[in-house]
Write a protein that binds this ligand. Sequence first.
Ligand code: ATP
Ligand code: MG
Length: 428
Amino acid sequence: MERTKIDQLKGNIGQTVLVKGWIQEFRGQSKIKFILLRDISGVAQCVVFDQSLFDACSKVTTETVVSIEGLVKTATVKSAEVTENTLEIEVKKLDIINTAEPLPINVVEKDKSIITDLSKRLDYRFLDLHKRDIQAIFKVQSTLVQAYHEFMIKEGAIEALFPSIIGASSEGGTEVFEVKYFEKSALLSQSCQLYKQMIACSMEKVFAVFTVWRAEKHNTVRHLNESRQFDFEMAFADDKDVMDVLARCIQFMIEKVMKENQRELALLNAKLKVPGVKYLTFAEVSGIMKKHGIHLGADDLSGEAEEKLGELYPETIVFVHDWPLSGKPFYIMPKGDELSLGFDAIYRGMEISSGGQRVHLPELLVERLKAKDLNPENFKSYIDSFRYGAPPHAGWGAGVERITMLILGLKNIREAALFPRDRERLTP
Ligand code: ATP
Ligand code: MG
């Protein structure tokens, strides 16, 4: 018999089906036993009347993997857990596929006051991922990544696969991880910045979902030491052009999640709306913050200011552009002496992306590197790549886990990474 997924039971009323999954819960009375069976598509209530199966039932532990054959019918007893349908399976045959040992963490946390803490859950992430609400997070993340591909391909961008081990730091300043590379020492990539620029200068429009490593010692709820980025770069474009691409891209991704993940959003109690777009200069934001008693530094937004923007412009992607030159990396194009063509995008009170027009002129790059106290010698091959026909170009990078966290209202970015890497955690 072919396996039926739990969300397909509806079409099989009155028929015998074969279902496979995990035992989420087992309850027994003397004449009747109940099993809640879970697969990736849902949870089904299974009832056992047949006394000859009671012995097998008594052996099942929670999360044991079983196969059940039974008759699909309208439920006799309703269970609060089973929201998918009001059907149940009357069990005719029960086979244990693999017995689960006693669980180190609960998979069903009925009493929300004794919820396992995040760190312990992450120690047992493989088991944490048996939970339906945790699965929901990563179903949504999967939709985001798919939507990103779909959007970018429609935009006419090509997908690039970049190296992650590099010979020299791509950004200068930020802390990088060193790795042994045969006789030499190499670094783990902090961004694909320089590579995506080279591809934009040859193939015009490029995107990537790229893993980055940052050796920053911070331990915050919004940073990981390994994270993924949605990257984009485009030739013959300025900051305004790529802000528009980013806005439409995020809107498309959110719309897709709203369409395809209704069940997951409900399970996570996440309210989602396609965001609007607002453009403000850094100077304007400074003024707005002053009015609200928040003092901004000369060239960066504080966490407090980002939060305030989220409050003032709810459900909006706020682009803060004309950013002070001193606050942006060397590869961002200056706009006059003080400003730049760099921007940040803030959504729900947090930075989701940074981007801008790049410096495509070798002499200007040398000047900008020096202005940042970086040695142009160390960036020679990068600078040289712009000597043989480099068009003006612009782009951005947006955090995959950061966006997942914000659209689902998760409190900690670790919740939005399958296997997070932070200062303390390298396993599982
Ligand atoms: P932040 O100011 O929030 O620390 P950043 O300006 O250092 O971020 P960028 O280099 O601009 O980060 O990276 C682009 C995007 O990648 C950020 O807007 C954010 O969404 C995400 N991101 C950056 N650093 C991290 C990190 N350590 N962990 C998770 N996501 C990150
Ligand atoms: Mg940034």
